[in-house]
Design a binder for this molecule. Structure first.
Ligand code: F3S
Length: 81
C-alpha cells in the first residue's frame, strides 16, 4: 500500500496536486494542500485506494517543492491545530 501526506511547511499552494489528483488532495483555509482521503486528515496513515495510485504518483512527481511525501508504510504525522 501507499501512504501520503503533504508537508505544509514547504507547500507553496501551487495547486498542481489538487488539479492532478482531486480525489486525494484539497486545500485548507490557507491554501495549503492536504490529503483528504477519508479520515486521514493529512496524517499519512490511510492507504491510498488502488485506483488512485497513478494520480498519486503523478502528483508527487509534479509538486515543485517536493512537499508530497509518499511511502510504503504509514507515517505518523502530528496534526497541528
Ligand atoms: Fe503544494 Fe506541491 Fe500541491 S506545492 S499545492 S503540495 S503540488
Amino acid at each position: 500500500a501507499k501512504y501520503c501526506w503533504v508537508d505544509k511547511d514547504t507547500c507553496i499552494s501551487c495547486g498542481a496536486c489538487g488539479a492532478t489528483a482531486p480525489d486525494i488532495y484539497d486545500y485548507d483555509d490557507d491554501g495549503m494542500a492536504e490529503v483528504v482521503i477519508d479520515g486521514d486528515g493529512n496524517r499519512g496513515i490511510t492507504p491510498i485506494p488502488e485506483e488512485m495510485l497513478e494520480d498519486l504518483q503523478d502528483a508527487a512527481d509534479g509538486c515543485p517543492t517536493e512537499s508530497i511525501k509518499v511511502a510504503d508504510t504509514p507515517f505518523q504525522v502530528a496534526v497541528e491545530n
